[in-house]
Design a protein around this ligand. Structure first.
Ligand SMILES: [Zn+2]
Length: 163
């Protein structure tokens, strides 16, 4: 499925092919929350990095967060590259060279109609803001840190993998 996305001001537009377009994975970590997740979480999709086409690339900034938490007691700079619009600040996608075949567009940046998730995964709840009260549906799964199942495996198990 072709996903089309953009920042709020239109200086950056992008499109990318995705087998895993269901916005089911809500991340409450401090980076996602501060950089992108106004509701206390951000939603990352999975897409095929080789197909990413960007218009207005000169307006794209990259942020690499410094991380220091229970999982990483020594402060380290995240390998994840959070791409955003330099003009309006919209968060656009995350790319991590550790997994070079993937790119993770933020659902909030996508203009295409996305499938509604039949159930959700809430992760990094250990790091959520105290005021954030996750709305956990009947079949939703919750995790203190990371789930064992990848975005791709979830789509396959749910029968929602898009060829
Ligand atoms: Zn913009």
């Amino acid at each position: 499925m072709l996903l089309k996305g953009s920042c709020r001001c239109g200086a950056v537009r992008f499109e990318v092919e995705s087998h895993t377009p269901v916005p089911f994975m809500l991340c409450y970590c401090s980076i996602c929350r501060k950089q992108q997740g106004g509701g206390g979480f951000a939603i990352n999709l999975g897409a095929d990095s080789a197909t990413l086409k960007i218009t207005g690339k000169r307006n794209v900034g990259v942020y690499r967060a410094e991380i220091e938490d229970d999982e990483r007691p020594l402060c380290e700079v995240s390998t994840g590259e959070r791409n955003f619009c330099r003009k309006c600040g919209s968060a656009l996608w995350l790319y991590d060279p550790t997994w070079p075949d993937l790119v993770h567009p933020f659902a909030s940046a996508i203009d295409s109609e996305l499938p509604k998730p039949p159930e959700k995964v809430h992760l990094m709840l250990k790091y959520k803001a105290s005021w954030a009260e996750p709305v956990v549906g009947k079949n939703d799964k919750v995790f203190d840190v990371y789930p064992e199942e990848s975005i791709a495996d979830w789509h396959k198990r749910m029968g929602l993998w898009v060829e």
